[in-house]
Design a protein. Sequence first.
Length: 128
Amino acid sequence: MADPGNYHCRNDLLFCARRLFRNIFGGEFSSLLIMLVVGIPLYICASASTPIAAAMVLKGLSPGAALVFLLAGPATNAATITVIAKHLGRAATIVYISVISILSLILAGWSIDSTLGSRLMSLSGSIL
């Protein structure tokens, strides 16, 4: 039979991890930049990034930062960048990455966080 003390310790650790995740990725512009930096070099497809982003939102990631990850990850993975660089050249690749970065940060991430962020964060907190 499990020791109840260990159960509480695991719950406290889980709560501390959620609180730490919310403090780091809670909803500021820095969380959008962090998710952009994580998403760009990551070799991930849209099907795989969706459950990862959903799990991070449930842990406390802002919805806008999750959207940045969902847009930037699959659009700028290593295979895509390699193909664009090979066929269109270095300048087009830089423009491509810049446009994806700016649009996902400003139009998607920041606008979601500024309009719906607090409501969606409270909703994800109530799910847990």
